[in-house]
Design a protein around this ligand. Structure first.
Ligand code: GDP
Length: 369
């Protein structure tokens, strides 16, 4: 069942008593083309043409700046976690240290304090002990590289992790309220659009008018089409219409922002199932992704939410937000380690550029180096 515990239900939401019909209700849809769509396409084309005239050297230089900027931003976003984790790790790996029980205990404490979680930490330490024994390592500093490599390996993504970005796809974004779903939908739409993809977003959280308004704002910022409906409309009906519109307009990626909570878990589950059925039926060829958004600042609570969502939804990826605001960024390792679901993006700020693809090497280096 979904992890929407009673404590999460506000009075407001208890007022929501809509029971979902098995059939899609007719809804009146607001379809907003991105205002500057045509012009932006023209601009894009002209930018591409100009770019093709640029010398290769300039392209390489731009790429380098992008990479440096990306890493700097990641490091900056993870400052709090790094401050928390790095000092402790450095003490554990002090050059004068012996690799003994006390060393492993310090290391364990450092990882647990950064919210890597007891289970994940135990796994990491076990693997480290094996490697240290295998390779006859006595120097604590050498051990550090082994540790980082082992975490990187555990966190690395499959080659096809981002295939949906290059093919026709539908992305359902789920998670409890306040974790950063809407913001993430906006950022993701922007990223994809920036890469030349034709994106449409759907405001399927029709239970709060504010949610739709907020998403409309993001659609403007990202300059993408949005499908929304009036408050209280059947969310699956909105998704149904959005799929038809996306097919008609030959949209590459349709991103659906869903409600965080309904008045009970069953309703939420049924609603998501219904949306999934509609997408499967109406858009069978589209690649499907179900991303759960988790708030990194909530530490172990994020893990609990992920666990409960994973029980009912076929999650294909995790997006962890607000890593810029927490000292507990180690939760990323804990979640991935326990659920075996890949962390695909991380949020490191409130701005439109602050969603990054998860890069295990960059992430671990930004935390420990
Ligand atoms: P939703 O209820 O899940 O749709 O959450 P929202 O998208 O409305 O986000 C809730 C709050 O979290 C907003 O104030 C966002 O600006 C903020 N937020 C979202 N992602 C991030 C992030 O990566 N970093 C920070 N610092 N804030 C974020």
């Amino acid at each position: 069942m979904f992890g929407f515990k009673k404590k999460n239900i506000t009075e407001n939401e208890q007022e929501v008593t809509e029971t979902l019909n098995p059939e899609v209700e007719e809804v009146s849809i607001n379809e907003t083309d991105s205002e500057t769509k045509d012009t932006s396409i023209e601009t894009e084309t002209s930018v591409t043409n100009d770019a093709s005239l640029d010398s290769e050297t300039e392209e390489v230089a731009t790429e380098e700046v992008k990479k440096t900027g990306f890493f700097a931003k990641l490091k900056q976003g993870l400052t709090k976690t790094r401050d928390n984790i790095k000092n402790r790790i450095d003490v554990a790996f002090d050059e004068s240290r012996q690799i003994d029980d006390e060393f492993y205990e310090d290391l364990e404490e450092a990882l647990v304090m950064a919210d890597v979680g007891i289970d994940a930490t135990e796994g990491i330490i076990e693997r480290l002990k094996e490697k240290v024994k295998e390779r006859h390592i006595f120097d604590a500093r050498e051990c550090k590289k082994l540790l980082l490599d082992s975490i990187k390996e555990q966190m690395s993504l499959e080659k096809d992790a981002y295939d949906f970005e290059n093919t026709q796809s539908v992305v359902l974004v789920i998670g409890v309220n306040g974790v950063g779903k809407t913001t993430t939908v906006g950022k993701l739409a922007h990223n994809l659009k920036d890469n030349g993809r034709k994106v449409m977003i759907v405001a399927a959280d029709t239970f709060r008018a504010a949610a739709t308004e907020q998403l409309e704002e993001w659609a403007k910022r990202a300059d993408v089409d949005i499908i929304s409906a009036q408050e209280g409309a059947d969310p699956s009906g909105v998704v149904f219409d959005a799929v038809q519109s996306a097919k008609k307009k030959n949209i590459d990626t349709l991103i659906c922002d869903t409600a965080g909570r309904l008045h009970n878990k069953k309703n939420l589950m049924e609603e998501l199932k219904k949306m999934n059925r509609i997408i499967d039926r109406e858009f069978p060829d589209a690649k499907r992704e179900n991303f759960i958004v988790l708030d990194g600042t909530t530490g172990q609570n994020a893990l609990i939410q992920a666990r409960e969502f994973a029980n009912v939804a076929d999650l294909t990826g995790i997006i962890i937000t607000k890593l810029d605001g927490t000292a507990k960024g180690g939760i990323v390792v804990a979640i991935q380690s326990e659920l075996k679901i890949p962390v695909k993006y991380i949020g490191v700020g409130e701005g439109i550029e602050d969603l990054q693809k998860f890069d295990a090497n960059a992430f671990v280096d930004a935390l420990f180096e």
